[in-house]
Write a protein that binds this ligand. Structure first.
Ligand code: SAH
Ligand code: SF4
Ligand code: F3S
Length: 445
């Protein structure tokens, strides 16, 4: 009897937003492949087009709707569209009104139901996954399609219960729920067996990690992942200053594989603004955390942060408090954003909005200041020999692209007569030139 096989369905996925979204896409891709779909690299080749969306700021959200408008004509060719992620959860069924050619709308708390949703849209029905924000379940799948064979993400906690006054995440990703430490460690071991050496633990607020089986605190989990044979580097993001406890600093200081880099978003240097943001810490409490890191005995911590300028009511003096904080801490990197009013959030109702012009000015002042701080901080690496993991090659410049354990880019040349190290290899390089955002040097042979 002849077997009639239908041609394999193809999909294209584009991802916006943070590392959590990027990693969710790796799991969504794995799930689609396990359901018989094949991934393609262009919209034109795809039967099903996925957008994994972000709504953290207004610009991010607008991008998604522009994309959908661009591709409207493709529906006539029989293509289907799926909108997932934070804009999907935030806008829900309104997306069908705004973009009638969409067949699937789902937030991240519903991804474990994707196989059923795929069946529904395969039958020509619309599918939604929007009602799972109160779930205790996490999206665990054996089908993660990681894009990099050396460094990979592991989600340890999903959602967020902090409800900072400006932020959509608690509404888009639902309530906080942690995976068991056993499951996280099993995934880390599988990754090590598959050749991964660099692991990044993910969550919107990793310090609130709470093992449902009560077997490990966050610091203990971090240590255990760092002790998995074959793992050479472990990072984690994002930390919340309120729950960033001393045992985390101690773990990093004593376990060699835990990277000497901490991203600790401060948002503002003014305790008054922090309170209006519902951040649950003061400038002083934040600086105490910083002092723990600076007092570490074995490692020199590299610290990076996020800052919001122009939060409603932020005075010039309060903005200057943020500038002095930059000096006091000495960050190796700052992600700075203009406050963007977001749907559902309390800050939307706050009085004394700052004009866009003024926000732009504050952002420029802050970035200029930080550039000088970084120029001086990076310059201190001159002459250092640092271990880097090879990430790629810059052929026009004849350089190998490396990343240090502090998460800095160190581009280096290989002395004549020596083999170029492979991607994923660890080598030592000596810093000969420094810039505000990267280092350059030569491989030590
Ligand atoms: N969970 C992390 C960060 C999540 S979002 C934390 O608590 O720090 C990443 C960054 O985006 C935030 O740190 C903040 O600086 C910025 N951000 C979030 N909402 C914003 C908004 N409405 N306007 C401008 N920046 C925002
Ligand atoms: Fe947003 Fe605050 Fe949660 Fe971070 S901790 S995701 S800023 S609500
Ligand atoms: Fe954006 Fe959602 Fe991440 S809003 S930053 S994709 S959690």
């Amino acid at each position: 009897m002849a077997v009639v096989s239908s041609p394999q369905k193809t999909f294209f996925i584009e991802t916006f937003g943070c590392q959590m979204n990027f990693h969710d896409s790796e799991k969504v891709v794995g799930t689609l492949i396990s359901q018989g779909y094949r991934q393609v690299q262009t919209v034109d080749e795809a039967d099903l087009i996925f957008y994994n969306t972000c709504s953290i700021r207004d610009k991010a959200e607008q991008k998604v709707f522009h994309r959908l408008a661009d591709f409207k004509r493709l529906q006539q060719q029989g293509k289907q569209f799926a909108v997932i992620g934070c804009v999907a959860q935030q806008e829900g069924e309104k997306i069908f009104e705004r973009a009638p050619h969409v067949s699937l709308v789902a937030g991240s708390a519903s991804y474990r139901n994707l196989p059923q949703m795929l069946i529904q849209i395969g039958q020509g029905q619309r599918a939604t996954g929007l009602d799972d924000r109160q779930t205790d379940e996490t999206f665990e799948t054996e089908f993660t399609a990681r894009t990099n064979p050396h460094r990979g993400y592991i989600t340890i906690i999903e959602g967020c219960d902090k409800f900072c006054a400006y932020c959509v995440v608690p509404y888009t990703r639902g309530k906080e729920r942690s995976r068991t430490s056993e499951s996280v460690l099993a995934e880390a071991r599988r990754m090590a067996d598959a050749g991964y050496t660099d692991i990044q633990l993910l969550g919107q607020n990793v310090n609130s990690y709470s093992d449902p089986l009560r077997k490990a605190s966050f610091a203990e989990l971090l240590t255990s992942v760092g002790e998995v044979p074959g793992i050479r580097r472990v990072r984690f993001t994002t930390s919340h200053p309120r729950h960033f406890s001393r045992d985390i600093v101690d773990a990093i200081d004593s376990v060699p594989t835990l990277c000497d880099h901490v991203h600790l978003p401060v948002q503002s240097g003014s305790s008054r603004v922090l309170s209006a943001m519902y951040r649950e810490y003061t400038r002083e409490l934040y600086l105490e955390r910083i002092s723990w890191m600076k007092a570490a005995r074995n490692k020199t911590f590299s610290i990076t942060t996020d800052v919001i300028v122009g939060f409603p009511g932020e005075t010039e003096a309060e903005f200057e408090d943020t500038l002095t904080l930059l000096d006091e801490v000495g960050y190796d990197g700052v992600f700075s954003f203009k406050y963007s009013p977001r749907p559902n959030t309390p800050a939307l109702e706050y009085a004394d909005a700052i004009s866009d012009e003024e926000k732009t000015r504050r952002l420029a002042v802050l970035n200029e200041k930080q550039r000088e701080i970084q120029r001086a901080r990076y310059a201190k690496h001159l002459g250092d020999i640092m271990e880097v993991m090879v990430e790629g090659y810059n052929r026009p410049r004849g350089q190998v692209i490396g990343r240090t354990s502090q998460n800095k880019t160190l581009n280096f040349t290989v002395p004549p007569g020596h083999a170029e190290p492979a991607i994923g290899a660890y080598v030592n390089a000596r810093v000969t030139v420094t810039f505000p955002n990267s280092l350059a040097g030569e491989m030590v042979v």
